[in-house]
Design a protein. Structure first.
Length: 217
């Protein structure tokens, strides 16, 4: 992962009005949880610099280096809140980390390749799990995992225990959970919740009862 450097400074603005004024000046309020003592410091980041640093990074859990008045602080970006309408960041939370101690992060999973069960069997690929939890050193955090499903056949399922994410990643998510499966065409519900050609049993029963009633008249 490329090193992400972000300028930051301590802030005193806390109440709602002060934070709003802070944002109008082009700054993003945030916080950083300290390693020693477990306390939290309030910080602010230049919006333009932060957004430039985030360009090309889709994950919200990234290792960054915060430049705090010349002091470099390695930190894990834990959460970023965005404005609902504008989509711009309005608050960012960090946790200070040690580069020699493992952390637990949630990483998105993307499926790549065309499953043989889809290509030759006419099945439908369904992604069941979209993230996995792993433990690793901060310097080994992956922004995403690309999982090749080319060998997945018809009616076959890829489980978490089948994932090969490398020696640097320890998977924490339960191994019995399904990541992806290729369903046979007959197992895929048609639009409206019923398979094509199926009639509603209640409609059939009602139709028969009405026919019998007509015969008795």
């Amino acid at each position: 992962m490329d090193q992400i450097r972000i300028k930051a400074e301590l802030r005193t603005e806390q109440d709602t009005g002060a934070v709003r004024r802070l944002r109008r000046t082009g700054m993003i309020p945030g916080s950083i949880m300290k390693m020693k003592g477990g306390g939290t410091e309030l910080i602010k980041l230049p919006q333009h610099g932060f957004m430039m640093a985030m360009r090309g990074h889709a994950s919200k859990q990234l290792l960054v280096t915060l430049d705090m008045d010349g002091k470099e602080v390695p930190a894990l970006m834990r959460e970023m809140q965005n404005d609902v309408l504008a989509g711009t960041p309005i608050h960012v939370d960090f946790s200070e980390v040690s580069l020699s101690e493992k952390v637990r992060v949630t990483v998105p999973v993307y499926l790549v390749g065309e499953a043989v069960g889809v290509k030759l069997g006419g099945g439908v690929l369904e992604q069941v799990l979209r993230t996995v939890d792993v433990e690793c050193l901060p310097t080994d955090i992956a922004e995403k995992f690309e999982i090749d499903v080319s060998a997945l056949g018809l009616d076959q399922t890829l489980f978490v225990r089948d994932l090969n994410l490398g020696e640097k990643q320890t998977v924490v998510t339960r191994g019995e959970l399904a990541v992806a499966t290729v369903k046979a065409p007959d197992d895929v519900p048609a639009a409206g919740g019923a398979a094509a050609g199926e009639a509603n049993p209640e409609v059939i029963k009602k139709g028969k009862e009405e026919a019998k009633a007509g015969e008795k008249k």
